[in-house]
Design a protein around this ligand. Structure first.
Ligand code: SF4
Ligand code: SF4
Length: 175
């Protein structure tokens, strides 16, 4: 009989201990977030999806040479100097630029080798880069396209915006 009541008391004590622990954390601020409605922004050095700016790129090929995965391609072009369009002098720009994310190892060597200020190719904080087909892995940029770029849809024979691209840089920082 004594043994029975001891067991009941021990069970009640353990239940109270568990409830006490629950109460202790009930009124503390939550450390989890309601993903995907709420998103954590990684630290500045995080290597997310690569972005590219066709306006500042001087088509120097340094990123192509630095890339160990040979996933960058570009075609050179020359345009009238945007600072002095009347002059005969032309400046180097890219006709098109592409990165194959299927081969990229996110090493940041392209960004480090880029001589422009600000960088023309750089890692964003976007960790939600998703692809639904092989075509979407090859991101292309031309003058006039956004930094996120587009992909060439071989079936439709046209450039398309990458679906599911989350602009994590537009989400408020919560560190
Ligand atoms: S992050 Fe590395 S692998 Fe990816 S494109 Fe840049 S240099 Fe190439
Ligand atoms: S992205 Fe930078 S390193 Fe690559 S070609 Fe353009 S300016 Fe040169």
């Amino acid at each position: 009989m004594i043994d029975y009541f001891a067991k009941v008391l021990r069970a009640a004590w353990n239940t109270c201990k568990g409830l006490g622990l629950t109460l202790k954390y009930l009124f503390k601020p939550a450390i989890t977030v309601h993903y995907p409605d709420e998103k954590l922004v990684p630290y500045e050095r995080f290597r997310g999806a690569l972005l590219f700016d066709a306006v500042t790129c001087i088509s120097c090929n340094l990123c192509v040479k630095a890339c160990p995965s040979t996933c960058i391609d570009l075609e050179n072009a020359t345009i009238p100097d945007p600072k002095n369009p009347q002059a005969r002098k032309k400046v180097a720009r890219v006709e098109w630029y592409s990165i194959d994310f299927g081969k990229c190892n996110f090493c940041r060597l392209c960004e480090e080798s880029c001589p422009t200020k600000p960088k023309s190719v750089w890692h964003s904080l976007d960790y939600e880069l998703v692809f639904f087909s092989r075509d979407e892995m090859v991101r292309c940029w031309k003058a006039g396209m956004s930094w996120v770029g587009q992909y060439w849809d071989r079936r439709a024979k046209q450039f398309k915006d990458p679906p599911g691209q989350v602009r994590i840089m537009e989400v408020d920082a919560r560190r």
